[in-house]
Design a protein around this ligand. Sequence first.
Ligand code: NAD
Ligand code: UDP
Length: 324
Amino acid sequence: MTKLKRILVTGGAGFLGSHLCERLVAQGHDVICLDNFFTSQKSNVAHLLGKPNFELIRHDITLPIWLEVDEIYNLACPAAPGHYQYNPIKTMKTSVTGSINVLGMAKRCRAKVLQASTSEVYGDPEVHPQPESYRGAVNPIGPRACYDEGKRAAETLFMDYHRTNRVNVRIVRIFNTYGPRMHPFDGRVISNFIRQALEGEPITIFGDGNQTRSFCYRDDMVDGLIRMMEGPDDFVGPVNLGNPDECAIRRLAELIIELTGSRSEIVYKSQPEDDPRRRQPDITLARTRLGWQPTVPLREGLEKTIQWFRTIELSHYRPPTPRY
Ligand code: NAD
Ligand code: UDP
């Protein structure tokens, strides 16, 4: 039988956080969702508000907070380029000061704490696919640095609290993840393409569309996060979590046009600065240490995501976030 725990999810109202909260609540845990709603809205967790084992706190993680918990999933951070570049200094503060705050709480409560790191720590990689041992090629002064370097600094803090204060930590490096409840105006490629396809707008490919990403469906990712948190204490990571099925952005556009039955045309726009050319996780470590691997193929995950996008009312979401 699962031992019931008090679990804090920072960024818990976001795309991944809300699904994680949902899963943990269903398992019977006492879940505290903390969020400042910078890139999300209360509607993502509205269905959980009436549950006796769910609590929502509006709070900014860059400010200290005093809670008693057994586990912390630290997901608070804007994740889409347009969102994290909107206020880059705040993004860095969220990763760095936010991590210091949750690590301090974990140290005081003797809680286990998991950091949602990212494939962006590899920057525009010269090694392909990317294993955890690869140290990355990040431009420290470019427009993506507030996110990439913030997450790298957070990993440093997690390892230093672990080594010097014996805090029980876990670090996962999440590769592009998608699914229902993505913000329709976050500017990420899957949300953009699906929304554009459904609205009959031109599909905007940045660059020639030969750049690749590897897309993981959200259910697989939530499984991976929980497995890592529940895994052995001597396995702190970092561990890659993602789907190794690599896909060119042009192929993704064509697939979304096919699955939506859209008549949208494809238009080519300039490629953003420092946009990584290729990205694919080496998940050998996750397979061997966690027995984890993704199970949802891209086509199936996209169908579910498209179905959800068909049901939402776009005017209920904040308008497009300018990008670059
Ligand atoms: P998201 O933007 O939907 O969720 C982030 C949540 O954090 C939002 O609810 C936002 O309001 C909240 N937040 C932001 N700053 C905050 C602050 N200062 N205090 C409190 N809350 C704050 O993004 P997501 O895709 O769900 O990503 C969740 C986490 O996973 C992030 O840390 C992100 O960096 C990481 N990640 C996601 C992906 C992906 O493809 N989805 C890839 C790599 C890493
Ligand atoms: N992209 C694109 N059109 C869009 C949005 C994104 O061609 O409308 C490209 C983007 O340039 C990048 C890839 O899709 O090469 C993934 O972008 P996203 O912002 O989703 O995530 P990230 O770059 O952080 O992986």
